[in-house]
Design a protein around this ligand. Sequence first.
Ligand code: HEM
Length: 457
Amino acid sequence: MPAPLPVPDAPGSWPGLGHVPQLALRPLSFLSSLNDLGDLVRIRLGRKPVYVATHPDLIRSMLVTDGHAFTRGEGHAKALSFIGPILVATTGEPHRRQRRMMQPCFHRRRIDSYITGMTAAALDTADSWSADDVVDVLPAMTELATAAITKSLFFSKLGEEAEVELRKVGSAILQVARMSAVAPGIYRRLPTAGNRALPPARALIERTIADYRAEGQDHGDMLSMLLRTTDADGVGLTDEEIRDEIMGLAITGIGGPAAVASWAFHELGQNPEMERRLHEEIDTVLDGRTPGHQDIARLTYTQQIVKEALRKYPGWVGMRHTREAVRLGGYELPAGSEILYSSYALHNDARWYPEPDRFDPDRWASKNSEGKLRKGAWAPFAAGVYKCIGDGFTEVEVAVVLAVIGSRWRLRPVPGRTVRAVHQATHVVPGRLRMIAEPRSVHREGHSSRRAPELSR
Ligand code: HEM
């Protein structure tokens, strides 16, 4: 075997702090700058060395082909440990068991049945705007995404109270997760809104689980599925496990779709031709109806926009940890090493995506466009055993949001405002994105009434 390659050190390490200032203040440009230094680069967090994989081959090897030699980094586990040992926080055998049990909630047919709730959530948002309102887009999309996941969790009237409560306290609990990633011990002891909201939210979910069990009906929602799912030995989830997984989904299921939908509206606002094509597709396919699952497949340009938003604005950081000494590409990593990768830096690297700054949904126009990419260069949802379980849910949700809102409103940029990409938890979000709501006259003339979908409750 050839001698291991030397790992270059990133410049600009501060005495005692390493690259913490760069990661805290400008992580997106800092991590992107490492692409030019090598396929694997060493940075320092304080005195601790951390490796950054910048090349798709290495990222794929770490996540998929040599995935057995790596485990999840500590970030997620730390951030969500206050909920319990949920899917996103576990590793190894417990993770495998939980993954198998959660998977049915995210089967394609199940996702189709969540479209009604996603549509209702998008209609509520669309109906809350008036002409010329200046919309604070990210909070609006966060509220919408919270409603979409909570409606998917509970279809039955029995879940109505839990849904309302989770929507009310969702952002406060999300804040607990964000702060717990930074300072878990201290933050959990503070009397913040999120910490105060947790016990009553938990109690309400427990009551809902008991009500669903007593009633015994399959409502087709996530909770019904979680009550029925079993592991390889036929053992189901306990009520406590279900409660914690529900809390976990209500947290992990919000930030990503909200960021992607916000970016899509921002980009549409910058590009009238793209917006025209979107509107033409929505008007042709839906003809004033709200979308059903057969429509999603036909909204091809809409889906391309979603995909391009996931390309240009994926999460900025993911972590893995070596279980054993391992060769990654030509590099040697000792056991216990931390390896970081940035989907944002990867997706904005001109070697894999020509003209990466250009938001171009036509990159995804051919059916095989993903197949033509360098393997490993597409990683908005990570890959391998810990890959995001909500990938299909996200793609459908954001397409529904664009279709429902786009058939009623155009969001115009506020003149003179610059929108910057900033990091929020692991996501990249548009900072201070405000847009002006303008009613779409085509829709108003042709289809003035709101045809709300019927939820099963
Ligand atoms: C734009 C949207 C989203 C992005 C970019 C995203 C990103 C990710 C990434 C990168 C991971 C892997 C974390 C790791 O490597 O440890 C992950 C895991 C996960 N995500 Fe997402 N996510 C999104 C939406 C969602 C949604 C909508 C849900 C739930 C409805 C969800 C639930 C989860 C869960 C439960 C895991 C843990 C999976 C496992 O460990 O088996 N995510 N997500």
